[in-house]
Design a protein around this ligand. Structure first.
Ligand SMILES: NC(=O)C1=CN([C@@H]2O[C@H](COP(=O)(O)OP(=O)(O)OC[C@H]3O[C@@H](n4cnc5c(N)ncnc54)[C@H](OP(=O)(O)O)[C@@H]3O)[C@@H](O)[C@H]2O)C=CC1
Ligand SMILES: Nc1nc2c(ncn2[C@@H]2O[C@H](COP(=O)(O)O)[C@@H](O)[C@H]2O)c(=O)[nH]1
Length: 327
């Protein structure tokens, strides 16, 4: 594959502004038949989202995906959200229990608007089988499948029935897959996104490696419909991770879904724990993200998100580890 690059290697090239004010620029996106305020979704990880945040996001018209690490709460969660007229967006794995869970939802006629299959290595028969199972029993749910890093995988999962695919193997801030296995899109996530988007006939979610708000615009430029973000959402007052204080400064805990802290054992560990600086409220970050994206749209010479898709870009440098360290 030629032209390998990552977020920090790319600069988008400005085009003539067509708006009088950035506030005219529309950051909304339609995804899975619903229109959301931003093309951004907090990662479905236990230190990023909980039921309270999910409800808050849904009420404010942001997309969310609840994590799958408290499986016994999912039925009540779907019921409660839908009772209040909010979308239900949950995650599942691929193990045997999930087959009966999906069947149970169908029997109860509880149909989540979105179901995300949340697996490290999404290009697998296990994911293809569960996509088919969900589509058979809950055909109205919008199925997001992942994670993958190649065009072949995107095509296969789409062919199996996925309504969207999630791209990113190992670019995450608390990810150590690249160090532990030698595999992944870490260091070239943006190029992998471009490569996958070319093959996709359905929406793509870019997942992992977003370090600045400008990276959201870059993801849109290279084919993402939605951008999943962990670390930038880990440090809020509302974030579920523990708050710790050191030398008078506050930090929030952020750990990987494949870390020892999540798994409760040291088996196939591909994630680590870190502490991120406490940074105030979630609403402030969402507002800043919207303003920065509005500004990006204006630099793109557009008034809508799609304007970013067509801008020129330059590759300014190349770096492998995106500033991350294993421990
Ligand atoms: N986006 C990313 O880069 C990554 C994300 N993660 C996150 O970590 C969490 C745990 O993921 P995961 O371990 O897949 O979930 P699960 O523990 O639910 O395992 C998935 C299933 O796939 C099997 N499997 C076979 N090969 C692999 C492989 N290379 N990696 C993982 N499973 C494999 C596992 O069997 P067995 O356990 O016996 O091998 C298991 O049956 C998820 O939330 C995922 O998003 C983890 C790593 C990378
Ligand atoms: N390799 C691993 N990847 C993980 C793990 N837990 C989550 N993730 C992925 O990271 C992104 C978030 O990335 P960020 O750069 O925005 O912080 C998340 O959505 C998952 O795809 C893990 O333990 N190992």
């Amino acid at each position: 594959m030629e032209n390998v690059f990552d977020y920090e290697d790319i600069q988008l090239i400005p085009a003539k502004c067509v708006v009088k004010s950035r506030s005219e620029c529309d950051t909304t996106v339609t995804f899975g038949g619903h229109t959301f305020n931003l093309p951004v979704v907090p990662a479905n990880m236990q230190t990023i989202i909980d039921e309270k945040i999910a409800r808050h996001l849904a009420e404010k018209n942001y997309f969310y995906i609840m994590h799958r690490f408290e499986p016994e709460t999912r039925i009540d969660f779907i019921r409660d959200m839908q009772k209040d007229g909010l979308i239900a967006s949950i995650s599942v794995g691929v193990k045997e229990d999930e087959y009966s869970f999906v069947k149970q939802l169908a029997d109860k006629q509880l149909i989540p608007e979105f179901i995300t299959i949340d697996i490290a290595h999404g290009h697998s028969e296990a994911v293809i089988n569960i996509i088919r199972h969900i589509k058979k029993h809950l055909p109205e749910s919008f199925v997001i499948a992942g994670n993958v890093g190649t065009p072949e995988a995107v095509r296969e999962l789409e062919h199996a029935g996925a309504d969207a695919t999630k791209v990113g193997i190992g670019p995450g801030k608390v990810c150590i897959t690249k160090m532990k296995t030698g595999f992944g899109t870490g260091g070239w996530q943006l190029a992998a996104l471009k490569w996958c988007a070319k093959a996709a006939s359905k929406p793509i979610i870019a997942d992992g490696g977003i370090r600045t708000h400008g990276d959201i615009a870059k993801s849109i430029r290279f084919g993402a419909s939605m951008v999943m973000i962990g670390s930038l959402f880990a440090g809020h007052e509302e974030s579920p991770g523990k708050t710790v204080e050191e030398d008078g400064k506050r930090y929030k805990e952020y750990f990987g879904s494949a870390s020892e802290f999540q798994k409760g054992e040291k088996k196939n560990v591909e994630g680590k724990k870190m502490y991120v600086e406490h940074k105030g409220s979630l609403n402030d970050t969402l507002t800043e993200m919207r303003q920065d994206l509005q500004s990006a749209i204006s630099y793109a010479g557009g008034a809508e998100l799609q304007g970013i898709r067509y801008v020129d870009y330059v590759v300014v440098k190349n770096s492998i580890f995106n500033g991350d360290q294993a421990y």
